[in-house]
Each structure stands twice: as structure tokens, then as C-alpha cells.
Design a protein around this ligand. Structure first.
Ligand SMILES: [Zn+2]
Length: 86
């Protein structure tokens, strides 16, 4: 499953797409130390990366793709962004 972490405190407003096995994501619970809970929120789970991508886009934040997604998927989602804006 795919998750979106929306963060509006770190460096500008951003939305990062993750896989649920990612260490940063931890099935939507996120990391337990280091960040304050009001810094952001998890959205998900989503069954497809495309759905996660659209949700990330709708937050209005700067969309990023975590390295937990493989390079093929990173490229696919990046191309979606180009198509969406083109
Ligand atoms: Zn990740």
C-alpha cells in the first residue's frame, strides 16, 4: 500500500509518497522520535501509487517521492507530474 506524508513545518509545504514497508512510514504511524506530531500528518493507505500521487497533488504541497519506492516507480510518478502540469 502507498502513503502520503504531508508536512507543512519542515522546509515549506510538502507531500511525500511512501510505501508501507518504509522505515519513515511504518504503516502510517511514522517515526516515533524526532518530529513533533503537529508537524504533519499521514494520509492513506492507498491501493495504487497513482491514487497516492493525486492525493499528494491535492494537498497543494511540493510533491516528493521517497526512495523507498524503486527507481521505476519514482520515474513513473515523476512523469505523471509532468503530464499533469503539461
Ligand atoms: Zn519512504
Amino acid at each position: 500500500m502507498y502513503w502520503v506524508y504531508e508536512n507543512w513545518r519542515a522546509r515549506g509545504h510538502k507531500a511525500v509518497i511512501h510505501l508501507d514497508e518504509c522505515g519513515f512510514c511504518n504503516n502510517g504511524r511514522g517515526v516515533t522520535t524526532g518530529t513533533r506530531p503537529d508537524n504533519g500528518r499521514w494520509k492513506g493507505p492507498f491501493p495504487s501509487p497513482e491514487t497516492a500521487r493525486h492525493v499528494a497533488e491535492r494537498t497543494g504541497g511540493n510533491v516528493k517521492i521517497c526512495r523507498c519506492l524503486d527507481q521505476v516507480m519514482q520515474r513513473r510518478l515523476s512523469n505523471m507530474e509532468l503530464n499533469y502540469r503539461g
